[in-house]
Design a protein around this ligand. Structure first.
Ligand code: ADP
Length: 423
């Protein structure tokens, strides 16, 4: 058992696994907890990531939960903290990115923090404070139609401002490209002028390295997972982390498998279509479930051989989603699907299925909670930011791949489940 150095709080489960896998690339042991652990859960890793499901929670609830997570991480010994949100800055005018950052800063006595959602390896870049998804500005990307947090502006300063009380500044690419010293000097200037919240541009991994170098001694950094990638090596250099990685053994996991998709993101739509070419499929329609319940889907699942390729999906195009939301309400439609997929995951476990590929951040949160998973170890990466992870449910070894909406290539599901020996 070693002291925790870096404590991370993520606003959804796939974001947490993404962050954990980026940090694990350094070879430092990373432990991932689902929800704030109990007092006696005992920290054990130099890096602890707490996955919350607070992206769409009411602001006060999200703030309270994050402060509780912060308290646990501080008690575990952490002195540096990372607030992880989506690389597409998923939030509303109320929050929760800004209010949580401000609350964490207050608690830590931090005079300044940075906001860097860039993830160049996955096509997310920030230039002059504008967030791009591939070559499209955020507000022209498919994120404009997200079922819960439609992103209709691409300017991060404008998105952040209404969420916080303090002033927002920018460290643009021209500064970042000059290297860590120039960035540090610029942040110092802004800080002198009372700017506590700084959006930082990054379009490449080299930019992220400079940012990590300039900011690794901040008590709080906020962003997507990629800017955190360089932190463990910098902590090693500082002498905070000495332990070399002990790669944890991979537990044996039986081959029964299922893909459960509640994500309606553009990439997930392509992935579902591609997987259906070689797998049995069942489409969940919230309007049908609202009328008839889940028996039909449960019967379908029961007839499937555990080891056969199969997918249950609510994934639909924006027009279909809008129709369901108009009839049921957006929150109710989302909850209906999340509950249905959770119940089906529990059925799958009971019939011997042990490998779960789950698409969607909210969806992953609901299903892992439903499977009673509270701690995971990180395995190999299937795609950037999406690792296989290992845990136990009802005393059985299980493997989980939690894929955030737009991550992975078209063949992601088949790729994840391509190995029959062990994931
Ligand atoms: P992503 O990672 O792509 O953002 P999430 O799981 O976080 O995916 O969010 C998708 C939300 O949309 C979930 O709450 C899910 O239950 C809901 N949803 C999925 N399919 C439908 C549908 N057909 N109609 C309405 N809502 C849906």
């Amino acid at each position: 058992m070693s002291q925790t150095i870096l404590g991370c709080i993520a606003d959804d489960y796939t974001g947490a696994t993404d962050l954990a896998s980026m940090l694990a690339r350094s070879g430092v042991p990373v432990s991932l907890r689902m929800g704030v652990p109990g007092k006696n859960a005992g920290a054990g890793s130099a890096i602890e990531v707490i996955a919350l499901k607070c992206r769409n929670a009411p602001v006060a609830e999200a703030v309270d939960e994050c402060l509780e997570a912060l308290g646990w991480l501080q008690a575990a010994g952490a002195t540096r903290f990372f607030w992880k949100y989506c690389s597409t800055f998923d939030s509303t005018a109320q929050g929760n990115i800004g209010p949580v950052a401000e609350a964490l800063m207050r608690q830590l006595g931090a005079g300044q923090t940075i906001y860097c959602p860039a993830f160049p390896e996955n096509g997310r870049s920030v230039f002059m404070g504008y967030l791009f998804v591939g070559s499209q500005p955020l507000s022209e990307s498919p994120m404009k139609d997200h079922p819960l947090t439609p992103m209709r502006d691409s300017n991060l300063m404008r998105l952040l401002s209404p969420q916080i009380k303090g002033e927002v500044g920018l460290a643009n690419r021209l500064t970042v490209a000059q290297g860590p010293d120039a960035l540090r000097a610029h942040l110092g200037e802004l800080r002198k002028n009372g700017v506590a919240h700084v959006v930082v541009d990054a379009v490449s991994d080299d930019d992220l390295k400079s940012i990590a170098e300039a900011c690794h001694d901040m008590s709080l950094i906020t962003g997507g997972s990629a800017v955190a990638m360089g932190l463990p090596d910098l902590y090693r250099r500082e002498g905070l982390l000495s332990a070399k990685a002990q790669s944890a053994g991979v537990p044996k996991v039986a081959a029964g498998n299922i893909v459960l998709s509640g994500s309606c993101s553009a990439m997930t739509q392509q992935q579902v279509t591609a997987y259906l070419k070689g797998a049995e499929g069942y489409r969940l329609d919230p309007l049908v479930i609202a009328r008839q319940g889940l028996d039909h889907a449960r019967n379908w699942l029961r007839q499937q051989p555990p080891e056969g390729a199969k997918i249950i999906y609510a994934t639909a195009d924006p027009e279909t989603v809008r129709a369901a939301q108009a009839a049921l309400g957006a929150d109710a439609a989302g909850a209906l699907i999340e509950n249905a997929l959770t119940e089906l995951a529990q059925d799958a476990l009971a019939m011997g299925i042990r490998r779960f590929v789950i698409a969607g951040g909210e969806t992953s949160g609901a299903i892992t909670q439903g499977l009673g998973v509270n701690r995971m170890t990180i395995g190999h990466e299937i795609a950037p930011g999406v690792p296989w992870m290992f845990s136990q449910s009802s005393g059985e070894n299980i493997a989980l791949a939690l894929k955030s909406g737009n991550f992975g290539a078209t063949d992601f599901f088949a790729k994840a489940l391509s190995r029959s020996d062990n994931p």
